[in-house]
Design a protein around this ligand. Structure first.
Ligand code: NAD
Length: 304
């Protein structure tokens, strides 16, 4: 993957006006991509809008000799954003789904509006942009999509029920798009970053924030957005210059012949074995996941 060059490629970076998105947009443009810097320019909790936020980054790219346009649609208007990319640059090769807001609140106080707004920006917005780019990527037999998810979704986090649900929704979308897009040259991967931004500056200690430069997340995004991207359907955690792959792990488990039936008492007695990760496996697909169930039922599902 030496010399990661993006000449000839068109990238859409949602939420590209500040924080992580700005860093990704600047880096992609510096390496030759033509970039649509999308940003609604609202507050961290998603209120209002400011058209100058996207424009400023597009101007910064142009001032440095790159090519970019600002786009101020909400990601919920994904079709308009992709239309803008096609009208301005004639194609779309890369979508970095990065726009985000927070409405943190303990679940017992969560309102319908707080749930909807967060699900809208992260999950429905990601879908709107990605769905609009998808036919172009399929037709050209090439695409790179990066979903910006979160450790809050992977592990759960107090006060972030809406955000966690939205982020894991994005991961589920990424996993299926990786399956559907693989044969069409489209690779879809997810990152769970930790970086200093207005979303974290009020909840993390200053000392920690110092090391969490958004620019340290961008190299991972560039690897995943590049033609030589080695991954598809993968998830990475990153922050402060650390990068790691995350995968599902499943215990060997416990089984009983299906014809014998299973009582809750028998299951309770086998609990330690169900929980025991000794010799654990890491299913990479639904077929691999179902293999054990098929074996139990006497059907070889790997052949179907
Ligand atoms: P940020 O607030 O600096 O950037 C988010 C950008 O998204 C803002 O510029 C905002 O205007 C834009 N945006 C919000 N709603 C939009 C909409 N409807 N349409 C278009 N643009 C919209 O925050 P950030 O930390 O850089 O966050 C970037 C992404 O990374 C988010 O998806 C966030 O959830 C995710 N993330 C960040 C961290 C972290 O540690 N910073 C951790 C996990 C996940």
């Amino acid at each position: 993957m030496d010399g990661l060059d993006f000449a000839g490629k068109v990238a859409v970076v949602t939420g590209g006006g500040q924080g992580l998105g700005r860093s990704h947009a600047l880096a992609l443009a510096a390496r030759g991509a033509r970039v649509v810097v999308n940003d609604l320019g609202g507050t961290a909790d998603g209120a209002g809008s400011d058209t100058s936020v996207a424009q400023r980054v597009a101007d910064e790219i142009r001032a440095a000799g790159g090519e970019a346009i600002g786009d101020t649609h909400s990601v919920l208007d994904g079709a308009r954003i992709i239309e803008n990319a096609i009208d301005s640059f004639g194609r779309v090769d890369i979508v970095i789904n990065n726009a985000g807001i927070l409405r943190d609140v303990a679940y017992h106080n969560l309102t319908g509006e707080q749930w909807r707004l967060v699900l809208d920006v992260h999950l429905n917005g990601t879908h709107a942009v990605t769905r609009a780019a998808w036919p172009h990527m399929r037709a050209q037999g090439y695409g790179r999509i990066v979903m910006t998810v979160s450790a809050a979704g992977i592990y759960g986090n107090f006060g972030q029920a809406n955000y966690s649900a939205a982020k894991l929704g994005m991961l589920g979308l990424a996993n299926t798009l990786a399956v559907e897009g693989g044969a069409k040259g489209i690779r879809v991967n997810s990152i769970a970053p930790v970086a200093a931004s207005r979303l974290t500056e009020t909840v993390m200690p200053a000392k920690l924030l110092e090391g969490l430069k958004p620019e340290l997340i961008t190299p991972l995004v560039l690897c995943l957005a590049h033609e030589s991207c080695p991954a598809n359907g993968a998830l990475y955690e990153a922050g402060a210059g650390w990068y790691a792959r995350v995968r599902w792990e499943r215990s060997i488990g416990w089984s009983s012949p299906p014809e014998d039936g299973v009582t809750p008492e028998a299951l309770a007695a086998a609990w330690d074995r169900i929980e025991d990760f000794t010799g654990a496996i890491h299913p990479k697909s639904v077929v691999e996941s179902l293999a054990e169930v098929g074996r139990q039922a006497g059907v070889d599902l790997t052949l179907s």
